[in-house]
Structure formats: C-alpha cells, structure tokens
Design a binder for this molecule. Structure first.
Ligand SMILES: [Zn+2]
Ligand SMILES: [Zn+2]
Length: 434
C-alpha cells in the first residue's frame, strides 16, 4: 500500500465517522425529518466472536425478532411501542429483542447492519429469514412472519372452513368402507361380523389398518370374511389363499381365493406372491405409522426422519407431525401435496416448525364441527397438506363431501404437541380416539 492510498483511506474513514456523528447529532436535535433511517458507520475491525443473544432464542425454539436501533433515533422511538406490544401479545410464541447500537456499537457489527432501525427475523433454529431497514409497522411485521411461514397466532387461520358438506354423502352405509370411507366393491369387500358388531371394509388392506387399531385383533380375525375373487362369495379370511401383487405404481394389491388352484391360475396372468393368512398378516403389518401404529403402505405414507438416522412413517400428514410429539424429538418430515404430489418438507425444533418448504404450504384438518364450535378429527384418511392455499381450494372442489378447515402446519404441529402421553398412546385406537 503506498502512502497516497493510506492517506486516502484515513480521509475516507474520517469522513464516514464525521457523517455518522453528524447524523446522530441531527437526530438528537431534529424531530421533523426523523422518519428517515440512520446510516451506521461500519467498522473495519469487526470483532470476532459469537453473535451474542442469538443462542438463547435457538435453545428456546422460538422465532425471534431483533430490532437494532437507538433510544434517541426517531424511527427507532416509533418502533419501541410496537416492539413492546408484540412482546406482550405473542409471549411464548415470539422472542422480541431490542438492541441499542449506540450504547452497544459492537452489536451493529455483529449483525452487520448498515442502517437503524433494522429488524431481523430469525426462525426457531436461529437462521436469519429476512431483514428490513427503517420503520416497520406492526401489520407489516405480522404479514412478513406469515409470508415467511411462521405462525404466531396460535389460532386457526380459518380462511377456509367447511362445516357442512357441499354435497351430502348419499351412498348406502354398507357400501362405504369403515376405515377409508371409500366405495366398497362387491369384488373385494371384507366383512367383520360378530354378534353385535358388523364392520365393512373395502379391501384386505383396510382390514389390516382396522386390525392394527384394535386392542384385541385376534378376536376380529376369527370373525372376518373376505371375498373370493373367483366366485364373489364371502369366505373365512384365515382359510383363504392370497395373491399379493403390485399395481403399476408399485403399491401392493391383495386378492383372496377360496381355492389355491384358482389363485395359481390368476398368478399366471398377474404375477405376485401366494400367501396364506399368516403370511399376509406379516406383510401387511410390517410397516407401521410412527405415531398411531396403524399398518400403512410406504407408498401411501409420509416419511419422517428422526434425529438424522431413524426413519419412520406417518400414515397421514397429521400422524407424521405427531411423531415429534410421540418421541419428543425433532423431526424432518416429507409429505406430498394431496392434489399435485409436490413435495412438502417440514423440520421441527423443540415442538415448533423450524423450516417449511415451500413456505406457503398449508394443512387441511379434516373434521366435524361440534355444537360447541370446536372440531373433532374425522381420521387419518381425511388429512392433507398442500403446497399452497390455491391447491387446497382446487382439491376441495373435487371433494364435495369433505368437511374441515385450513390450518397452518405450525398449528397442526402445536395441536399434536399439546397431547398428553396417555392421549398419544390411545391415538387412533378404535374407541379411544375421542
Ligand atoms: Zn378402505
Ligand atoms: Zn397414523
């Protein structure tokens, strides 16, 4: 570096310092042009070290808003009551911090700010999501959090709610599957018939979902009939031969046969494994929901990674979130948009949504509105995620009998985290769900 350059730098620094001091002075004296943000001199010797204060929020798992300003700068002064209000209104949901950078100039360097006031938005893991320079109104701050996919309200968004179906379900009771609500075809129906109870299911797979929700499944097995694919007659489930194949998408298919030879003949046309009841049961119960323990095909499930190593499944998206509650661990979940199959990824931290991809993703909480105005879930088959609200609306148009409401994925997770261990243990077990 030659002498002229060095003098140049010194002069430039002096000018910067001079301008900053003048600006600070000006703010102290004037109040009229005070709405302009203040320029902040950036120091060349940035102190090394951690970003103090950022760690405490991360351990609490709350999203955090940091406002860097000064008590004597006019727009900063206007921010003060807004910050106080946010602190009060969103206690336990949002951490709000104010840092006076004139009293604590190091902070300005640590957060690399150029102007005051500057508001920085951090997610629950401490990752910076957004920053804004200058005055920022309460409405704008809340809108920004929403846009960033961070839910602070704790209340249902309720922008979409359907308490009564658009079209009533007029199907006959015995043509509706007890588990999935789908149509029961006479070619594949399963009947569980005891002395008092009678349960009709659309397929052996739905039977095993039912089976895995029972306290005493052995009792149900003994009274279960499946439909013989050859004759269409009901036959005892435990005596049938099953042809376990795959559909073009790789999802298992199950056909029952009274006669082993008939099963073998069918096997020539559509390949698959021949299984007896025990073999079918083992296969069907091999994959279970990590939350409710129901049998599930991985093709139908969302995947849930726990602590970067173990992987489990959620039989529905709500169950996927429920894994975080059941194990009391952070999860990484991947689900599909119910309309387009686009991927939706959720990461949790200490029971809150730490990241959501895409940030616009929303959940549909399928449910029935009770007389007291609260909602009761209508079960795993009625829950869905969407990459955005528009997809949810488009899906709803195709589901005239669906009832429920839109919630944020944060709200859906919160609902699961509020469950007691006893409630979780009984989750989706028949007769205990309520
Ligand atoms: Zn079904
Ligand atoms: Zn489940």
């Amino acid at each position: 570096m030659n002498k002229t350059t060095r003098i140049g730098i010194v002069v430039a620094l002096l000018v910067v310092v001079g301008v900053t001091m003048a600006l600070k002075q000006k703010t102290k004296e004037t109040s009229r042009s005070g709405d302009q943000p203040q320029a902040l001199a950036s120091s060349e010797s940035r102190p090394a070290g951690t970003q103090t204060g950022q760690d405490s929020a991360a351990t609490k798992g709350l999203p955090r808003l940091v406002d860097l300003g000064a008590t004597k700068c006019i727009p900063c002064k206007k921010m003060a009551p807004i910050l106080e209000e946010l602190k009060k209104d969103f206690a336990g949901r949002l951490q709000v911090d104010f840092i006076d950078v004139w009293e604590n100039p190091k902070a300005g360097d640590e957060y690399h700010i150029k102007l005051i006031p500057t508001q920085i938005f951090f997610d629950a893991s401490g990752k910076e999501l957004f920053r804004h320079e200058g005055f920022f109104s309460r409405e704008d701050i809340l809108a920004k959090w929403k846009e960033l996919g961070v839910d602070l309200t704790g209340k249902p968004a309720a922008s979409i709610e359907r308490a009564t179906p658009v079209t009533a379900d007029t199907r006959a009771k015995d043509s509706i599957c007890f588990m999935c609500d789908g149509d029961v075809s006479p070619k594949s129906r399963v009947l569980v018939k005891g002395q008092a109870e009678q349960v009709i299911l659309c397929s052996p797979h739905c039977y095993f979902i039912y089976h895995s929700s029972l306290k005493e499944p052995a009792k149900a097995e003994a009274i279960t009939s499946v439909t013989d694919a050859a004759s269409g007659n009901l036959i005892p489930a435990t005596t049938a031969t099953y042809l376990y194949g795959l559909d073009p998408k790789g999802r298992p298919t199950v056909a029952a046969f009274a006669d082993k030879d008939a099963a073998a003949k069918e096997q020539q046309k559509s390949p698959g494994n021949m299984l007896n009841w025990e073999g079918l049961r083992t296969k069907e119960l091999a994959t279970r929901c990590g939350f409710c323990d129901r049998a599930v095909y991985p093709e139908d499930a969302c995947t849930v990674k726990v602590a970067e190593s173990t992987q489990t499944y959620g039989c529905c998206v709500m169950c996927g979130l429920g894994v975080a509650a059941r194990l009391q661990k952070d999860i990484e979940m991947e689900a599909k948009d119910a309309l387009t199959s686009d991927a939706i990824k959720v990461q949790t931290l200490n029971g809150s949504v730490a990241s959501l991809e895409p940030k616009t993703a929303v959940a549909w909480a399928g449910g029935k509105k009770k007389e007291d105005g609260t909602w009761a879930s209508t079960g795993c088959f009625k829950q869905a995620f969407f990459v955005n609200e528009a997809n949810l609306r488009a899906w709803l148009e195709k589901q005239p009998t669906a009832t429920g409401r839109m919630v944020t994925i944060g709200q859906a997770l919160t609902a699961k985290m509020k469950m007691t261990p006893a409630q979780i243990a009984g989750a989706c077990k028949l007769g205990e769900c309520k």
